[in-house]
Design a protein around this ligand. Sequence first.
Ligand code: ATP
Length: 325
Amino acid sequence: MGDKVIRTIGVLTSGGDAPGMNAAIRAVVRTALGKGLKVRGIRRGYQGLLNEEIIDLSARDVSDTIQRGGTILQTARCHSMRTEEGQQKAAAICKKYGIDGLVVIGGDGSFAGAQRLAYYGINTIGIPGTIDLDIACTEYTIGFDTAVNTAMEAIDKVRDTSTSHERCSIIEVMGRDAGYLALWCGIANGAERILMPEEHDYNEQMIVEDIQACRKRGKKNYIIINAEGIGDSMNMAQRIEEATGMETRATIIGHMQRGGSPTCKDRVYASIMGAMAVDLLVEGKTNRVVGYQHGQFKDFDIEEALSMKKEIPEYQYDIAQRLAL
Ligand code: ATP
């Protein structure tokens, strides 16, 4: 627990952007203003902090943003923040601008930065904002719901044409290190195969044999959801077409999954998490992350949150395979 009185709250978005980040920023700004605090927005994540890209935020500055994708504060990755020198400088800049409480909206990496700032005396609270759902202390991360629905709708469209032409379709979704988007799309789109970074040792020969068996059973298409972390979709399509004789096309959905107007769920969760982050700072808490677990919004120690490991639920993966019969 920090012992200082919070007068000015800073807010930044960091790492990959996620739909719903604006709803979180809005909630931070309006909750803080409602408590009589001053709010400063930091542009372009930690890089903007180091460059002193700091602006005052009023209630009107966040008007008309709850429904907008992306982040009005912009985001960036910042190598210097990983160094002691960068972290000390960032903390000194917060102090220079009177920022005594900082809300960091981002993923695991961003929380590691927040933890360092807490170490150097800035009270910090993290909000999980990532489309990857890969933060262990929380069952929900802002942006996942929008991203997974965007991908699902795109895959439905590819599936239509895949059925018409009796093709195999490999559809690549985001997720460099985490397969949640792939798993959820796999179930929601009724895919025959899901390839996730957690299961790197997938057997391509088995897929080829399965495609051949499915064709014999009269299946009109074959959908493979491939996570970005496995990648190689174009070459994979060529290899599968050569081995099976079935026309095979790869579609990479890409950054479309990051954008778009946030779903109701993302807006509501982001609003609650944003407000809660300010409440925690005002209570004097620091070095914590807001999360959602067992139906409740809670806060966790950042260190504890960063040390937890999130596994893909084997049972859900197994169900996806069983339903692809
Ligand atoms: P996502 O994975 O969704 O893109 P993220 O927050 O995990 O989100 P990263 O690129 O890992 O994204 O981290 C964002 C920024 O946080 C980095 O560019 C860096 O400035 C800072 N950061 C990452 N790791 C550390 C660390 N160990 N110590 C201090 N700062 C860090």
